[in-house]
Write a protein that binds this ligand. Structure first.
Ligand code: AMP
Length: 418
């Protein structure tokens, strides 16, 4: 079932959203992007004459915690939605059930933070530090048991289930996956945001227009290895950028000075190069670097060959020759995936390479390429450069997007498709 096919008139929908927004010390929302991202779904349901029961988590509470109460965002959600949203102080219990049952068409109810209950994540809480393995196993079994009741109870509030929380789609939590099984396939669906995310991932993994180029940046090879290995089976060009460059350079016998390097991943870097060759993937590595004499924005800088970095200096961004090589590969691509900056983009003096990559992606997109930017810091980059609206899609999911690109089945997606 899709959200556009379903007529919500007279129906109650449980909508799992990701309202995990940052709050300042006075509980003001400092970035409401995630709330805005769920509005089309909520408005569609209310517009059809349905009512919504909104479920979300906020932060990582270990129990009921005032700081993580969703009541702090209630007013803002009401304003954005244009509806006086009701609130249930507890996502379980009488109040939630009664308020959900009384909802009229066009009305909305926000449930208190689902993670106030250990059952949401299905992980035991309050175990003593010296708990034995048996005690841990028993606690895990107990929470898994009560998780079923918890999921069933959430499901009992509504006639249909809508998952619009891509950010938590990689978690098999009660509200993101388990409760979906209490609805048949005609009564569960993705929200608009989730639909867009799923389509974007599908375009880079399954509906590939070639050449396909992935730009993998960031700090460490170790955190990107599964993605790189999956992408080696898909891409034509794999650009390696960012801090992981130097692990490759060192593995090939280059001098990297004080640049970041995972000494225990040198063999892995060589293996990735070998795999790329075997699979006919064009592995594109940096040839020059912008190096600094300290890890700071105000450091002295110079450009040098990536494999001849002077002692005491470290590579904090790619150099101009590399920018040109990367840009040419990107501009001739028809499918592009960008994850991770080419340098320490948090320092203004080391953003140039990431900006060059972003601009090349924008140009390729103008020429008809599909471009997906996502998974953490490249999103911050593209926003910083004001280019988010000039690429095909910027993902809202960090870990979820990365796991999807690793080729994993996300529980939140599988539960709706089942
Ligand atoms: P990740 O979370 O793995 O995508 O890594 C992003 C982080 O990598 C950012 O905070 C960057 O500052 C960092 N990074 C990128 N290039 C370098 C580099 N050459 N040296 C150190 N850190 C880097």
């Amino acid at each position: 079932m899709t959200i556009d096919q379903f007529n919500f008139a007279g129906k109650k929908a449980f909508v799992r959203v990701d309202f995990n927004v940052p709050l300042d010390e006075n509980f003001n929302i400092t970035d409401d992007t995630r709330i805005r991202a769920a509005l089309p779904t909520l408005k569609k349901i209310l517009g059809d004459g349905g009512s919504v029961i909104i479920g979300s988590h906020l932060g990582r509470p270990k129990g009921v915690t005032e700081k993580y109460s969703l009541k702090h965002i209630l007013k803002h959600v009401s304003e954005l939605l244009g509806v006086d949203v009701q609130f249930a102080n507890d996502c379980m219990g009488e109040e939630a059930a009664v308020k959900a049952a009384a909802l009229q068409p066009g009305e909305a109810l926000l449930l208190e933070n689902l993670r106030f209950y250990a059952e949401e994540e299905g992980k035991p809480r309050g175990l003593a530090d010296d708990a034995t393995d048996e005690e841990k196993a028993a606690a895990k079994k107990a929470v898994k048991e009560s998780q079923k009741e918890f999921s069933k109870k959430l499901a009992s509030y509504a006639d249909c289930y809508v998952n619009d929380a891509f950010g938590t789609a990689h978690r098999a939590h009660a509200s993101t996956a388990l409760m979906a099984k209490y609805f048949d396939k005609d009564h569960k669906m993705f929200g608009y945001l989730m639909e867009k995310e799923v389509k974007a991932v599908d375009k880079v993994l399954n509906d590939i227009h070639r050449p396909f180029t992935a730009i993998m940046g960031g700090s460490k090879v170790s955190s990107k290895i599964e993605i790189i290995e999956n992408l080696l089976n898909k891409v034509d060009n794999l650009i390696i950028a960012g801090g992981m460059t130097y692990t490759f350079t060192k593995a090939m016998g280059g001098k990297i000075g004080l640049s970041i390097c995972e000494e225990d991943k040198l063999d892995l870097a060589l293996d990735i190069m070998k795999q790329a060759k075997e699979k006919g993937v064009n592995l594109v590595l940096a040839v020059d670097a912008k190096v600094a004499d300290s890890f700071s924005n105000d450091a002295n800088t110079q450009f040098c060959e990536v494999n001849a970095i002077p002692d005491g200096w470290e590579g904090l961004d790619i150099g101009p020759k590399t920018e040109e090589i990367f840009a040419n590969v990107i501009k001739s691509s028809k499918t592009i995936l960008w994850n991770g900056p080419t340098g320490v983009f948090e320092f203004e003096n080391f953003t140039h390479g990431s900006r060059a990559v972003a601009e090349a992606i924008v140009e390729a997109t103008k020429n008809g390429a599909f471009s997906l930017v996502g998974g953490g810091d490249s999103v911050a980059c593209i926003n910083k450069f004001g280019l988010a609206s000039s690429v095909s899609y910027v993902s809202t999911g960090g870990g979820a997007l990365l796991e999807a690109i690793e080729g994993k089945v996300l529980p939140g997606i599988a539960a709706v498709n089942e």
